[in-house]
Every structure is written in structure tokens, then in C-alpha cells.
Design a protein around this ligand. Structure first.
Ligand SMILES: [Mg+2]
Length: 169
């Protein structure tokens, strides 16, 4: 019979479970000198053990999710951070016109162009970063959900025609 071709995620789940079960088996032998197959029903309350393990599973998942949320740097967290840093340096003490903030993004684009003209790759990368930092700051200030808009626009771009219907550039 041909080996069942499983979707990759299903196969990964099976592989991960097989590893955990093998490791549990070895641990059981080392710790208790027996396996779950040999354990007597009279010695264990399987139902209670299952409930306790389920409760622990929930605790582990909640802890892990909290850890991932803390570690995760998203585009929107970059927006908040860029805004907070600019604010702490006094750049938002007075209300600034949107036009000024957009012009400042533009000034970073010009700086990137100059760096590229000089062939300075390190400086070029720094100025590209400045473009985004100023963009993030603007979105932080205006409460724009940049991540949502980027993903939405990229999805739309995927659906557009070749060279967006014959534009020259
Ligand atoms: Mg700059």
C-alpha cells in the first residue's frame, strides 16, 4: 500500500507528537520504572490526571501566548514607539502640520538619494530607515493602523494587472 501522503501540517503534528510520546515513555521508565501500559488502573485516577493535565495545558498556553505578545514587534508597535521617542524628545510639544511631517519624510528620501549618489551603502540604509521612522511617527501621531493598511494594499496590489494597466513606470 502506498504511504499516505499527508498535508505537511498534519505530518508535522504527528512527528511532534511522536517525539513527545517517545520522550514521555523514556521519562516514565526513568522516573517510575514503568510505562503507562503497565500501570495498574487501581493505582491511578485517570480522569483526575487528565483534568489536571488539561488545566496545566491551559496555563502553559496562556503563559506562552503572553510571552509571544511581549516579544512580538509589529509594524504598529514600531509606530507607537517611533511616536513615543519623538514625543520624548520634544518633537510633538506643539502641534505640527501634516504637510511639515510629510515634507520631513521627503527630506529623508532626498538624503537617501544623496547617499546613493555617493555610493555610501551604509548611509543609504540609514536614510531608508529614517524614511520609515518618520512614517511610523506620523502614523503613531494620527493613530493610523499602518499594519492593516499595508496588508490591505499589498493584497490589492497582488490583484492588479501587469504594470497596472500599461503605465510607463
Ligand atoms: Mg536622515
Amino acid at each position: 500500500m502506498n504511504k499516505l501522503e499527508r498535508p505537511i501540517t498534519t505530518q508535522n503534528v504527528l512527528d511532534a507528537f511522536a517525539r513527545v510520546l517517545d520522550s514521555q515513555y523514556e521519562k516514565g521508565i526513568k522516573k517510575y520504572g514503568t510505562t503507562i501500559d503497565q500501570a495498574k488502573d487501581s493505582d491511578y485516577d485517570w480522569n483526575l490526571m487528565a483534568l489536571e493535565e488539561s488545566a496545566d495545558l491551559m496555563k502553559y498556553l496562556i503563559k506562552e501566548n503572553a510571552r509571544l505578545r511581549k516579544e512580538k514587534t509589529t509594524i504598529n508597535t514600531l509606530c507607537s514607539e517611533a511616536y513615543e521617542i519623538a514625543k520624548s524628545k520634544g518633537w510633538h510639544d506643539e502641534e505640527r502640520e501634516t504637510g511639515t511631517l510629510l515634507a520631513l519624510i521627503h527630506s529623508e528620501v532626498s538624503e537617501a538619494l544623496e547617499a546613493d549618489r555617493k555610493g555610501d551603502k551604509e548611509h543609504f540604509a540609514e536614510e531608508i530607515a529614517d524614511i520609515f521612522i518618520r512614517g511610523f511617527d506620523l502614523c503613531g501621531l494620527k493613530g493610523i493602523n499602518l499594519e492593516y493598511h499595508i496588508l490591505k494594499k499589498m493584497e490589492y496590489n497582488k490583484s492588479r494587472t501587469y504594470k497596472h494597466g500599461g503605465k510607463a513606470y
